[in-house]
Design a protein around this ligand. Structure first.
Ligand SMILES: Cc1cc2nc3c(=O)[nH]c(=O)nc-3n(C[C@H](O)[C@H](O)[C@H](O)COP(=O)(O)OP(=O)(O)OC[C@H]3O[C@@H](n4cnc5c(N)ncnc54)[C@H](O)[C@@H]3O)c2cc1C
Length: 363
């Protein structure tokens, strides 16, 4: 089995490239790959584009070295897949946002590198078609389905208009756009299988149009629309954004309700919806043109999170709590869960010196 032991400050992209050079895949991938570090990825239990296939950061970590708040170094650089010798201590630190200790080294789990990977962009009439398309993709590809992303028209049209060299690869307009990616160990097979699956869906009237990438370059072009999110700040300045989790079946209705509520309250507000829909993870970006969006931030946030709470969802699917979502932790966690988190925090960091004020209320 492939493992890689790295220092926490190593950039994610450097890890991906080193794994690739050695004939393996480090399967965690996100838009911030060039700037984020392995320590940050572990501390936030980052998700990203391939969670549907490989899981979140937690699934990629076999061992950790951590410095505790009292200065003790706990070296637990396990390389075994199975190791039930007592508590699995690394899990405490993965996703704890640096509140329990500083990660200094990690043993990463590598995967066999697929021979080829291809993406398809699909247009369909709306979210009600997603369950059938997702079911077909899961049946066709099983574990080889490596991404299933959704983009609502407001997001899609904005990106194709603003991201240079993209333009819409599909002819007409659609109610929803999906990016479906599959990887195969037999080179080239995924193109044929994607085409067959999409042809069957088209014939059944489930999808309206589709384009399958025939090279890495074409795949990158399709992904560039989805990855245009890294340009938001340049294009829109200040935005109020959300990273929420909901049961997949309820996402379509949730989007319509939130969009309507936002535009009724703030006519002209821009609201974009997209996300890792195969993982029940929805992102929302809002902006109030010609107004100070930050002044309205608290009201916009409450409007969205009230609906997330009502739907039984989570206020943080993959970005963590930090300080900004702290007032809303109780929307997604019971008081018993928060009390247990506080107990662990007090046990490890009684002087409250590690990332004070993040994740849990002060004191
Ligand atoms: C363009 C873009 C796209 C993104 N896409 C995704 C996505 O698809 N999915 C997703 O999950 N996230 C995404 N993110 C957010 C992502 O989670 C973070 O950028 C990244 O994982 C954090 O790594 P970092 O090194 O930048 O950490 P920082 O932002 O520097 O830190 C994040 C937190 O971790 C703590 N921390 C950092 N290093 C350590 C350490 N060694 N030990 C203990 N605590 C530490 C910090 O104190 C802080 O609380 C995206 C970000 C950008 C900019």
């Amino acid at each position: 089995m492939g493992t890689m032991t790295v220092r926490a400050g190593t950039p994610l992209q450097a890890v991906q490239e080193a794994a690739d050079k050695a004939g393996f895949l480090f399967a965690l991938d996100l838009g911030a790959r060039g700037s984020c570090t392995i320590g940050g990825v572990i501390a936030t239990n980052a998700g990203g584009n391939r969670v549907i296939r490989y899981g979140m950061a937690r699934e990629h970590i076999l061992g950790l070295e951590v410095v505790l708040p009292d200065g003790q170094i706990v070296t637990s650089l396990n390389k075994l897949i199975k190791n039930n010798a007592g508590y699995d201590l690394k899990q405490l630190f993965i996703g704890s946002e640096g509140t329990l200790g500083v990660v200094t080294r990690a043993v990463l789990r590598l995967q066999p590198a697929p021979a080829s990977t291809t993406a398809a962009l699909v247009g369909c009439s709306g979210f009600d078609k997603v369950p059938a398309i997702l079911a077909a993709a899961r049946t066709q590809f099983g574990p080889s389905l490596s991404a299933f992303e959704a983009m609502w028209p407001d997001f899609y049209d904005f990106m194709v208009a603003n991201i240079p060299a993209s333009g819409s690869p599909l002819g007409g307009k659609h109610g929803l756009y999906l990016l479906v990616e599959a990887s195969e160990f037999e080179a080239g097979r995924e193109v044929e299988r994607l085409e067959n699956m999409l042809a069957a869906l088209m014939q059944a009237g489930v999808i309206e149009d589709a384009v399958v990438a025939r090279s890495n370059g074409e795949s990158k072009t399709l992904w560039s629309i989805r990855e245009g999110v890294s340009e938001y700040r340049r294009l829109l300045g200040k935005v109020v954004s959300f990273d929420i989790g909901l049961q997949t079946a309820s996402i379509g209705q949730f989007v319509e309700e939130v969009r309507t509520a936002l535009s009724q309250r703030w006519p002209g507000i821009l609201s974009h919806f997209y996300g890792h829909i195969g993982d029940s993870n929805l992102h929302i970006v809002t902006n109030l043109p010609a107004a100070d969006a930050t002044a309205q931030k608290a009201d916009i946030t409450r409007l969205v999170y009230d609906r997330v709470r009502k739907a039984g969802g989570t206020v943080s699917a993959e970005h963590g709590i930090g300080t900004q979502k702290l007032p809303y932790l109780s929307y997604s966690r019971t008081s018993a869960e928060v009390a247990l988190m506080a107990l662990i925090k007090r046990a490890l960091d009684p002087r409250n010196i590690m990332n004070t004020g993040k994740v849990l209320p002060l004191g």
